[in-house]
Write a protein that binds this ligand. Structure first.
Ligand code: ADP
Ligand code: ASP
Ligand code: MG
Length: 468
């Protein structure tokens, strides 16, 4: 292959301490020595993002002491890693880490003084996780004898809208990334980009949603027309179910962009739900690989699905912490304008609907939303729709989905799903099938979701130990 270019993304586990960072750097170095150009995209050290979110909340509520304790602990972790990676106390890297921690401390203090944490200040604070990881990876690459340069998401060219907490790249991003990174690459310098973050046109720091480093990597992959994007993980790629729930979950060799998007959307934490979107036009493949077993192929995500006879379903996944909002009102709800007002009210609030189902009498619409969105949804509906409608909320729900392009046009898949759930004594609260026929999803009581997942996984022969 001439002039191959790989974007390699490292998650929190791959960055959790000096040893992990060193190993991650060695994986990139291996490809670079084979003549491949590599752009490295890094996540925060494992746990750091949650810690930053927590300490920002503590500062807002007035508990600056515990916020400062958390910052101090984190600071020690970053300094220790830098030191173990060979940075001298007076080195540029140590100075940079010290400066970033000082800015972080000031930002958190500002939140405390104002007792106000806006989405914008939360993004500024939480992006420090990735910004502090990047110099560590740069150090490790240099220790490996390579030349490297680290950049924040904004410096690398990722420019986004102002949707703090869930920002989307603007179209100009792709040109800008090419401008900012091509020079480094042609000079033989490996760019190390802080994932998860970008900045607005005015320079305010934004984040791309939880798990957003995957998204940063594919945005960069598209911009540079990369040969492939590789996401290094602590699992063998995308598995047939969450391995923490299903002990015999096995890795899925090939998935289409559409399939992996459905899986991510329905809760498979292994990839950001929008991560493959930048790759769809160009068909750039995404590989998810286990950093502990780098020669294992992992999961290849590409345009075309690969279906196996007898295996219509490739994976089962679940979203927890879901609520069902029931809207009812005989005689009113059937009128198209009333239905439209229900969806308008929700759209204005920017709530993601996980499932929608409408009874055929049209006197009832059920909506599944994340529980964190439920109150907003209820308020929007109460304010924006006819007073004659009754709006009720049911909590402690989970949505379970089966995904696979082989389901298209296949009879009996839903029947197999329902039979498996019935045999496991799991009650179904809502059912929906996407028009793409890539998934069938059901809402169940949250307390039964794990056993439901295991039952469905077994019913579709997805495990390691069974063959169809
Ligand atoms: P990273 O920091 O590398 O992005 P994440 O923790 O975000 O890693 O995602 C990987 C984790 O996702 C795995 O460790 C696993 O516990 C979880 N996971 C949930 N569902 C799946 C699935 N279907 N396939 C693989 N991993 C899954
Ligand atoms: N560190 C961020 C998160 O925990 C982004 C990522 O890991 O991809 O969500
Ligand atoms: Mg992730």
């Amino acid at each position: 292959m001439n002039e191959s270019l790989l974007v390699m993304k490292y998650g929190g586990t791959n960055m959790q301490d000096a040893r992990a960072v060193r190993h991650s750097a060695s994986l990139a170095a291996r490809s670079i020595r084979e003549g491949v150009k590599v752009v490295v995209v890094v996540s925060a050290m494992a746990g750091v993002t949650n810690q930053l979110l927590k300490l920002a909340d503590a500062a807002q509520s007035g508990d600056i002491a515990s916020a400062n304790d958390e910052i101090a602990a984190m600071r020690t972790r970053h300094f220790t890693a830098a030191q173990e990676l060979g940075a001298a106390p007076d080195s540029d890297t140590v100075r940079e880490i010290r400066e970033m921690h000082e800015t972080l401390r000031q930002a958190v203090y500002g939140v405390y003084l104002l007792r106000e944490l806006t989405p914008r200040s939360r993004d500024l604070i939480v992006a420090f996780g990735e910004r502090l990881s990047a110099p560590l990876m740069k150090l490790a690459l240099e220790q490996d004898g390579l030349r490297a340069h680290h950049l924040s998401g904004g410096e690398a060219g990722i420019v986004t809208d102002t949707h703090f907490g869930n920002a989307r790249p603007l179209t100009g991003t792709y040109e800008r990334i090419k401008d900012r990174l091509s020079g480094l690459l042609s000079a033989g310098v490996t760019p190390v980009v802080a994932g998860f973050m970008g900045e607005t046109e005015k320079g305010a720091i934004t984040t791309l949603g939880r798990g957003g480093t995957d998204f940063s990597a594919t945005i960069i992959g598209k911009a540079l027309s990369a040969t492939e994007v590789w996401g290094w993980k602590d699992v063998d790629g995308v598995m047939s179910a969450d391995p923490r729930v299903v002990a015999d979950a096995r890795n899925v060799d090939v998935l289409s962009y559409g399939e992996v998007m459905e899986l991510a959307y329905f809760g498979a934490k292994v990839l950001h739900p929008l991560a493959v979107t930048p790759l769809q036009d160009s068909g750039i493949p995404l590989r998810l690989k286990n950093s502990a077993d780098p020669d294992f192929a992992g999961t290849l995500v590409q345009a075309q699905p690969r279906d196996e006879a007898g295996h219509p379903v490739k994976a089962v996944t679940a979203i927890r912490n879901v609520s069902i909002i029931n809207v009812s009102g005989a005689g009113v709800l059937g009128i198209p304008e009333v239905i439209a007002s229900v969806f308008d009210a929700i759209a204005r609030e920017n709530v993601t609907l996980l499932m929608v189902s409408q009874s055929s009498s049209m006197s009832n619409v059920s909506l599944a939303v994340q529980t964190t969105d439920a109150e907003r949804t209820l308020n929007a509906l109460r304010a924006g729709v006819s007073l004659e409608l009754k709006v009720e909320q049911q909590d402690h729900v989970a949505v379970l989905a089966i995904v696979g392009s082989g389901m298209r046009g296949q009879k009996g898949v839903s029947a197999r799903l329902f039979t498996a759930l019935a045999a496991a004594d799991v009650n179904i609260l809502m059912i929906s099938q996407g028009s793409s026929e890539l998934n069938v999803s059901v809402a169940v009581e949250a307390e039964h979701v794990d056993e439901a997942t295991r039952a469905v996984h077994a019913a579709f022969n997805l495990g390691r130990s069974v063959t169809a």
